[in-house]
Design a protein around this ligand. Structure first.
Ligand code: ATP
Ligand code: FE2
Length: 316
């Protein structure tokens, strides 16, 4: 079975053909680049519309027997472009269509490639920060950010320092020479908050603290909070694998912290390869294959606020 997946939840538009064994036959992606002013939904959606046709055509290396698209969560205007493209492609090919959850797709592609069996998943991207695990028949969110995503925190602070986008890698380079200053560590129950940390880091710079010290301490604090919550989720669920995904999973500092925590618990640390940790259509195609029984010729509405724990998990 060959599935053509389409991803368009945020600034990446991707199309990919994957087969039922998880072999990737094509993986075409392009990301909208804003000139440092963040995402303007209408502009990204217009960019997706311009590029969708060529990206899908390039990805169609072989006959697709079904189409899958990211139904949500994400930016409404962007989701709509992917949805429209998926519906017309399924129509044109005369094949069934299925809408899948973007967050769950991140997790399942990680499970496929890392061979994790039943991990706690730490999903850290620009917009999303969640600790997820499979419990009592569904993917439950054990902890999440109460305000901004951790990638967003890194990007905002990097922009404040004039380092441009994406902020994560630039802050990491800067922080190599930094030393630790205490900043607001904010874990509430199983959730994390980042806006206080951002304000405090900004104020520290305004009061004359060295950029490299604040950059280092911001990451140290933000990542420690995530590792604490992930460890508690692992202990609570009795799971001994930690899967790390999302754009921020590429951070060597975060990876090191996760690795140390897992070693101490005798657990496996499984970082997803950066190429598949970020937004991509391979994971959407794979998720479509997992959910092929739901595929049909009906209309699938986009779900911009679709939560991970609302997904009906019937493939595991
Ligand atoms: P989503 O729509 O799922 O929220 P996204 O649009 O934010 O995803 P991703 O590519 O998953 O896209 O993540 C982007 C984030 O990853 C940015 O905040 C960026 O700063 C961060 N990032 C990328 N590389 C690194 C790195 N090496 N270290 C730390 N952060 C990184
Ligand atoms: Fe994502």
């Amino acid at each position: 079975m060959f599935c053509l997946g389409i991803e368009s939840t945020a600034h990446t538009f991707g199309a990919s053909l994957v087969d039922g064994n998880g072999s990737v036959l094509s993986d075409v992606r392009k990301s909208y680049k804003s000139a440092g002013k963040g995402i303007v939904p209408r502009e990204v959606a217009a960019w997706h519309s311009e590029n969708a046709g060529a990206i899908i055509e390039e990805a169609m290396v072989d006959g697709a027997e079904m189409v899958a698209f990211a139904q949500g969560p994400g930016i409404g205007n962007c989701l709509q472009v992917g949805s429209d493209a998926a519906h017309s492609l399924a129509e044109k090919l005369g094949v069934p269509l299925v809408g899948v959850n973007h967050c769950v797709a991140h997790l399942e592609i990680g499970r496929l490639f890392s061979k994790a069996r039943d991990p706690v998943f730490l999903y850290v991207s620009g917009g999303n920060t969640q600790v997820v695990a499979f419990e009592a028949g569904k993917y439950r969110v054990f902890g999440e950010t109460l305000d901004i995503g951790v990638g967003n925190l890194l990007d905002k602070f990097a922009r404040f320092l004039g380092l441009g986008f994406p902020g994560g890698p630039a802050l990491y380079e800067l922080s190599k020479r930094g030393k630790y200053l205490p900043l607001a560590y904010s874990v509430k129950g199983m959730d994390v908050c980042y806006s206080g940390l951002f304000t405090q880091a900004k104020q520290a710079i305004e009061k004359g603290a060295a950029k490299e010290d604040v950059a280092y301490s911001l990451q140290e604090t933000a990542f420690s909070m995530l590792v604490e919550v992930s460890e508690r989720a692992m202990a609570h669920c009795g799971k001994n694998e930690l899967l790390l995904g999302g754009g921020v999973a590429a951070s060597p500092l975060l990876q090191e912290k996760c690795r140390v925590m897992c070693e101490a618990r005798d657990a496996k640390f499984l970082p997803i390869e950066p190429k598949y940790a970020v937004d991509n259509a391979v994971m959407i195609a794979w998720q479509g294959l997992l959910e092929r029984k739901k595929a049909n010729r009906e209309k699938w509405d986009i779900r911009p606020y679709w939560r991970t724990d609302e997904v009906a998990v019937d493939w595991r």
